[in-house]
Ligand binder design. Sequence first.
Ligand SMILES: *Cc1c(COP(=O)(O)O)cnc(C)c1O
Length: 339
Amino acid sequence: MHLARFPRVFLAHLPTPLERLDRLTKELGGPEIWIKRDDCTGLSTGGNKTRKLEFLMAEAQAMGADTVMTQGATQSNHARQTAAFAAKLGMACHILLEDRTGSNDANYNGNGNVLLDHLHGATTSKRAGGMDMAAEMEMVAENLRRKGRKVYTIPGGGSNPTGALGYVNCAFELVSQANDRGLVIDHLVTATGSAGTQAGLITGLKAINAGIPLTGIGVRAPKEKQEESVFNLAVRTAEKLGCPGVVQRADVVADSSYVGAGYGIPRADTLEAIALFAQLEGLLLDPVYSGKGAAGLIDYCRKGKFKKGERVVFLHTGGSAALFGYDAVFAEAHRALVV
Ligand SMILES: *Cc1c(COP(=O)(O)O)cnc(C)c1O
């Protein structure tokens, strides 16, 4: 596995720290909980998309692009990290934002990631929820190309085999950190959405025969659909990497029991997970992805699916910028703190 063969813009702050969460571990009374800090990748408040963009933006540069386009939900962390990466490389950036939640909250629509998209100089345009966003993006990109722009389009979440290489890289990095300190990892847990993170991780883990089971906590699609999309992308990523067939369907495990009413809509256990991480560990999760991923982790510990004596690593995928678009969901719980 020789990742250096693939074009890459070295920009993320790597390796990200691997830390033990002592107070959360004590609170839950189960396995030892560790965290892999991919919220600290360095670009515009960090997050998991930066690792993918190292490979995607290198491809954009190699193709001579002067403009990048991508798409996502209104509070997309991927959009924000793409806007920042484009700024750093001196490229224009245009983003299509899909209204997946129907919220007309002012902060949801203008603060958090949306504020940062615009601070980085990206242009945005809104689309109604449920539209074929990939087709919309290609249409807009074609228009820009007709005007002479060289446009590189990045799929939602940066999830294609090129982007997934960023998480193959993360798998290698994590295993190497664990080896260096004699840490045996029994489980790895992460939020899973557009699938690139989980697909890259499982491909990397299987390629080096790490023997670390990975559970993706879904944030949108039902289990079957999520596992299929992770598996399909892992198969293509393994081919790109030169180790076809290394990922089996049974290696791909997703659990969509923590989604609640839908994408981008936090439920009580999401908010509890955010509060626990913030108040026990001083860490910021988000209400769309890492809060739901952590809710799954916490529930697995409480139910004894992860046991005392085991070591579980939670991959923190970032997203805290979205908190500022979701202040309304914390209002009631926080009222008691104003004394
Ligand atoms: C995009 C995102 C995820 C999900 O990663 P995918 O590669 O899309 O599955 C998880 N957490 C955060 C904070 C994200 O922005």
